[in-house]
Design a binder for this molecule. Structure first.
Ligand SMILES: [Zn+2]
Length: 188
């Protein structure tokens, strides 16, 4: 005889056979008696585990690239520039356009030993640190959300926060043009 019980994870009512009632009481987090072999469909409605083990690596690379974009955007917006123009990154001291090697997130700064190859001006350590933080966050977010729209929202919000932090660090200002869309994104 089937009985009315509650899912151990989502707490929703579920009809379970008597043989499964004990199993349900001891069900691990994320398991639902209605679908004992898969994650609870109510608790994790959209989560999908990526099949490839390279997914966290790919997420980390995307995070590094987003961190590189955040450093560039943060510097340009703090100095009244445009995010889109010029398209290529450049040294703020001498205007030298960076090559693709110099533009590699994290590695570029290490290869240049923290200095512009052209004029020798120091490149602030906050650049590689921002890229590293963004990459680490992307790996963690990929682990938590999987390959879902939530991951894209989390990465976009984190990148926006990084840009705002960098602008705040240099100007002590937070532009409304970024904070208002950020508030909307936070509610998404
Ligand atoms: Zn330079």
């Amino acid at each position: 005889m089937w009985a009315q019980a509650k899912c151990a994870s989502c707490r929703e009512a579920a009809l379970v056979p008597p043989a499964r009632r004990i199993m349900q009481q001891n069900a691990p987090f994320g398991k639902c008696a209605r679908r004992a072999e898969s994650p609870c469909p109510t608790r994790f409605p959209t989560r999908r585990s990526p099949s490839s083990p390279s997914f966290p690596v790919l997420a980390g690379l995307v995070g590094l690239a987003l961190g590189s974009f955040a450093t560039c955007a943060g510097h340009r917006l703090a100095h009244g520039g445009s995010v889109l123009s010029p398209a290529r990154s450049y040294c703020p001291a001498c205007g030298h356009t960076l090559s693709w090697r110099e533009n590699i997130p994290l590695l570029g700064w290490l290869l240049l030993l923290g200095k512009c190859r052209h004029c020798g001006a120091p490149i602030p350590a906050r650049y590689p640190l921002t890229e590293l933080a963004s990459g680490a966050f992307a790996v963690a977010a990929a682990h938590v959300f999987g390959f879902t729209p939530h991951l894209a929202v989390a990465l976009a919000f984190a990148t926006l926060c990084l840009v705002l932090s960098l602008i705040d660090l240099q100007t002590y200002l937070l532009p409304d043009a970024l904070t208002l869309p950020g508030a909307a994104l936070a509610l998404a």
